[in-house]
Design a protein around this ligand. Sequence first.
Ligand SMILES: *[C@@H]1O[C@H](CO)[C@@H](O)[C@H](O)[C@H]1NC(C)=O
Ligand SMILES: *[C@@H]1O[C@H](CO)[C@@H](O)[C@H](O)[C@H]1NC(C)=O
Ligand SMILES: *[C@@H]1O[C@H](CO)[C@@H](O)[C@H](O)[C@H]1NC(C)=O
Length: 287
Amino acid sequence: MAHQWVFWIFVLTCGRSVKNVRIVGGQDATPGSWPWQVALFTFGSSSCGGSLITNQWVLTAAHCSSFLDLLFTKVHLGHHNQLGLNPNAVTQTIEKIVCHPAHNPFTSENDICLLKLSAPVNFTDYIQPICLASGNSTFYNGTSSWVTGFGDTTDGGSPSNVLQEVNVPIVGNRECKCYYKDVTDVKENMICAGLKAGGKDSCQGDSGGPLMIKKDSIWIQSGVVSFGDGCALPMRPGVYTRVSCYQKWISNTITGTPPGFVAFMKTKLKLSIKERIKTSKTTSKSN
Ligand SMILES: *[C@@H]1O[C@H](CO)[C@@H](O)[C@H](O)[C@H]1NC(C)=O
Ligand SMILES: *[C@@H]1O[C@H](CO)[C@@H](O)[C@H](O)[C@H]1NC(C)=O
Ligand SMILES: *[C@@H]1O[C@H](CO)[C@@H](O)[C@H](O)[C@H]1NC(C)=O
């Protein structure tokens, strides 16, 4: 209620989608609505997702690197449909794979890799880079976010033919840690998103893809699909690599045009005592 969105834009050459018109969750995306989404194919099957962050670099998860191969992996950009025609798609190979040196496959910490494409791509309405959340970004519990991918549409099910999009709220780290305390330790370099009741989530095959937030027509990537306990289970939100913790590593790794880092912040205004009483009354009444 008494919250105010404060937003700074430093770079305006990223995060723009001219085709994005959808606003509800858990559905087929319209072609071109997520122009930074990439699909990573090795030997013809889609293994992971990723996001285009400059004209020659893709962000993905480190646990995807075992599926990647410099000779055989194809990076599909502007790709919408796994089986049908993709008139706007461009395919590239990978020249270099740079994973975070401190990636820990047991704790899933630092689950982040950068892929250098063999050649720069030309941007189109269907191929665009996304902005990245800068180091000083904050994402409070409940912030509306989107996640996209070609992964399974049910836990243990089959991958999706058409790119899927789903709207999920951020789950604050304290709450997320609590949900996962019997499974794993959710660290500060991770960010969670999902519904308490479950039903909306990323799943197998979506790994490496982006968790995103929109503000003022700019899309900012806040997370990289990393892990979860099952998919879309109640009180088991999806866990993502927190992109804002890696600004320095990303900047130091990427060559050529730098990615667009944007701070995403939400400030909580202090409530007066009167307002607090009003708020608590409203809350208890509506419960
Ligand atoms: C990008 O556009 C330039 C100029 O139109 C063209 O020469 C080049 O071949 C294009 N590159 C790709 C990868 O399509
Ligand atoms: C956020 O970080 C950027 C550098 O990435 C800096 O230019 C900006 O001043 C910072 N904003 C705040 C509010 O600290
Ligand atoms: C976090 O947000 C959800 C709604 O997205 C809400 O149900 C939950 O109570 C919030 N948790 C805290 C600790 O505020």
